[in-house]
Ligand binder design. Sequence first.
Ligand code: SF4
Length: 367
Amino acid sequence: MERIDGKKKIADFMVKEQQTYEFKIKYAAIRAREFVEECEKRGLNYHVSVGGLDSITLYYFLRSIGIEAQGISVSYLEDISIQKVHRELGLIRLKSVQKADGTYWNKSSVLNEFGFPVLSKEIASKIETLANPTEKNKTVRHAIVTGETGEYGGFQKNSRMKMSQKWLEKFGGYSNEEEGTAYQIPCFKVSSKCCYYLKEKPCDDWAKQNKSVPFLGLMASEGGRRAKSLRLNGCNYFGKSTVRSAPFAIFNRQDLLQLTLDLNVPVPEIYGTIERKEDGTLYTTKAQRTGCSMCGFGIHLEKRPHRFDQLRERNPKEWHYWMYECCEDKQGNKYGWGKVLDYIGVRWENRPEDIQVSGQLEMDLGN
Ligand code: SF4
């Protein structure tokens, strides 16, 4: 951080995040054009990686300033209403990674084979490492359970590698014998590989084949893993292994929704419509954000009605499949996210005590 003057870069970026909508739109246009110029100098093509409303708006925005970037998407992972817009936009619709037998990975085959994407990518990856012990990952496993990094990590004691105590209790049991602990082992697999097989690799492969680098609809204000790197590296990044442009990096949700309105972007039905509260705040009347309907990353942090509740309301059949049927154990018994959510203490059924939590759930029960 010090060497690259990271603190100053982050502070400068955050000042831009406080600017007006008009400033941000001009800024985004300048950064996008700069990115295109730099790509042309380097002999690179560029494309837009399109998913939900943010990146659909980015696709429209780039066209509005004369940048005709090809849109690509692993569209089938998105809600049906988003897929409809993708089709109208004429995006290149990619498939997930192909297996050795010629079939393609899909959501349930990834869950069955590798495990559930739950809690966060980082935690899921740690659990996966614990569950798949090798001599090579011994030091890492020890660090995940104890925080001690050993010689390779400079003999740190309380390193950030340690998984939080709450999740160690639930998932740390794979190392009980080695560590002398008495943690639990879940009766389902956990994995962080889902995105890679379903989204990341197909997009990366397409990009490589087409010598193309992406425009992404990321905003630092949305937080998450990428917020820090956006603030540190700015909108355009030409690294050794990563090249990308995120012209909306300094936007907040209000800026994004305002631009969606200004550009007459078609809003997929899953979001409802964009309306304004009395105080002027813009909001979408249905989903605020989307993603794969059955993803478990971040689910433990959501209030009810959480994404699975919302899926139940939208599509009870699909909900039933993901909650009860998407996986099969060795005895041939079907199970799904219900088991996972129970295990991590996330409520998902409509028990009487849950009904008081949300008016929407009351409606769901027909009360
Ligand atoms: S967002 Fe979640 S469910 Fe979708 S591909 Fe990534 S890990 Fe899988």
